[in-house]
Ligand binder design. Structure first.
Ligand code: PLP
Length: 397
């Protein structure tokens, strides 16, 4: 197989070697149940606290007691949302955005069927929210506001600190949940200095394995557990702790913090180079957002009048992995709900590709994509049924 150029890091990332090394003893020698009383269980018990501290530091939480380990970002979101609403049966109003991940949107669909009123805030063509609209919508009845920190498809960052302040000013009792899955390890998080009550992350987006996540629960915030059973995780998530994976997310969090400035500088430089290279060499390409306030590793580019799936298949043939839409929706041929909410014109809605980089991305890989992508697009453009429109577009350039 051709060398792999993996540019789908918002879908998942490669496990860091150091993370794997840290995990291995907990599969092999150190397999005790961390809740057991004997000495053999001491180390597995202690490493849970080490990992909690490492995640606390990545998120800038006040105390490691505010970190609850979960199985994934989806579980963190489900716990925050269902666990909040379970405690507040009288208030039945929720506010979220139209561009959230399905692990949030589909939970709200479920609550709508049960009679909750959910307001979905729209975005403008750059993917930005209208904070005035948010302000108007928060009322005495609002139980929960949940907004993602960065969008998985476009990388656009929402001003969640500001959003939490607006919400609390209008109703201090409204709980604010932030899906931070796409920002952990990409930008600095200092949750203790915000009014955010809960925040979810997922290990496999920052070089830990799939199957482990975390939920920050600000001390004093009441959240019912999704999984009821033993009293692990201070009663917030029952089930024997997945020690090797928790050690993994802890180590990954420590490394992610160390790599933050690399992310902000080097990964951003490579992302910008990729973006500029494609826009320069492909006449029918357009950026799906022009705002600079994006996570440093993500770009989303529309290729007008051609099918995204065809582009992905051709890229796959030469070893390049990218995606159209999010990994969770790419099984369907429905255009992305995020790009639709932004009003991306139909001409590029079906031909939009997300490239997402990581610390393993090299300059040679970016040069390879800049060299190999334009002829693929040219070939697909030549067989597009929209030749008149394409000719007009070319003349405009
Ligand atoms: N939230 C966002 C923004 C995501 O991008 C994802 C995964 O793609 C999730 C939540 C769900 O995370 P997980 O796959 O760990 O359940």
């Amino acid at each position: 197989m051709t060398n792999l150029v993996y540019l789908d890091n918002n879908a998942t990332t490669k496990v860091d070697e150091k993370v794997l090394e840290a995990m291995l003893p907990y599969f092999k020698e150190e397999y005790a149940n961390p809740s057991s009383m004997y000495d053999f269980a001491k180390n597995p018990h202690n490493v849970l606290n080490v990992a909690r501290k490492q995640v606390q530091e990545l998120l800038g939480a006040e105390s490691e007691r505010e970190i609850v380990f979960t199985s994934c970002g989806s579980e963190s979101a489900n716990t925050a949302i269902k666990g909040t609403l379970a405690n507040n049966k009288t208030k039945r109003h929720i506010i979220t955005t139209a561009v959230e991940h399905p692990c949030v949107l589909n939970v709200y669909k479920h609550f709508e069927k049960q009679g909750y009123k959910v307001d979905y805030l729209g975005v403008n063509s750059n993917g930005e929210l209208d904070l005035e609209e948010l302000k108007e919508k928060v009322t005495e009845e609002t139980a929960l506001v949940s907004v993602m920190w960065a969008n998985n498809e476009t990388g656009i960052i929402f001003p969640v600190e500001k959003i939490a302040e607006i919400v609390k000013e209008k109703n201090p009792e409204t709980v604010v949940y932030v899906d931070a899955v796409q920002v952990a390890g990409k930008i600095n998080i200092d949750v203790k200095n915000t009014k955010i009550d809960m925040l979810g992350v997922s290990g496999h987006k920052f070089h830990a394995p799939k199957g482990v996540g975390a939920l920050y629960v600000k001390s004093g915030t009441i959240v019912s557990p999704l999984i009821i059973g033993g009293h692990q995780e201070r009663g917030k998530r029952a089930g024997t702790e997945n020690v090797p994976y928790i050690v993994g997310i802890g180590k990954a969090a420590e490394l992610a913090k160390e790599y933050l400035s690399y992310e902000a500088n080097e990964i951003k430089r490579l992302r910008d180079k990729l973006e500029a290279g494609i826009l320069k060499h492909v006449f029918n390409s357009r950026l799906n957002t022009s705002i600079t306030n994006r996570v440093p590793n993500t770009t989303n580019i529309g290729f007008q009048y051609i099918e995204g799936e065809l582009i992905l298949l051709h890229l796959s043939d030469i070893g390049i992995c990218a995606s159209s839409g999010s990994a969770c929706t790419s099984g369907s041929l429905e255009p992305s709900h995020v790009l639709r909410a932004m009003g991306v014109p139909f001409t590029s809605l079906h031909g939009s590709i997300r490239f997402s980089l990581s610390r393993y991305t090299t300059e040679q890989e970016i040069d390879y994509v800049i060299e190999k992508l334009p002829p693929i697009i040219e070939k697909l453009t030549n067989i597009s049924p929209y030749q008149e429109e394409l000719a007009a577009l070319k003349n405009l350039k």
